[in-house]
Ligand binder design. Sequence first.
Ligand code: URA
Length: 185
Amino acid sequence: MTLAELEASCADCHACPLGDTRTKLVFGVGCETADLMFVGEAPGEKEDLSGIPFVGAAGKLFDRYLEAVDIPRESVYIANILKCRPPKNRDPLPAEEDACIGYLREQVRIIKPKLIVCLGRISAMRLIKPDFKITREHGVWFQRGGFEMCAVYHPSALLRDPHKKEDMLVDMKSVKAKLDELSTK
Ligand code: URA
């Protein structure tokens, strides 16, 4: 299956009630052969309206970190655990994650990234381990099913608490260093 075919199969998904309330599906964006994939939580308002992940205020801040560590946005793939916006940006419900996670797994199978970076706690709890503690474990690398994975703070958390920005830069530099290591292997 290609990514386009997967996106088409996801387009009129109603496996959970968010399929009825979304404006647009936010499937994912970026390089289909990326070594590095970022996985956020769920679309917000701007994403729901545009169909593109991380284009709102948090996304703009995230873009600044990508730029700061010299990772072109178009060289990576960006997706979310949920493809549809939860009402008022509430946290995803476990049943919504269960209904949606198969699409992300298929995206990973097709893209075959080497590094997966979770943006925030919700994504890390789903993809790395259920008891993931973002304040203690951000920037720590884990091996999971053939991938190297870590989590960094969600950009929205940085907007709420600018003190976390220093840690975010350190973690994003570590992501860039891992990426550079791949090309010397
Ligand atoms: N927050 C997320 O987790 N994902 C988006 O796409 C936008 C904001």
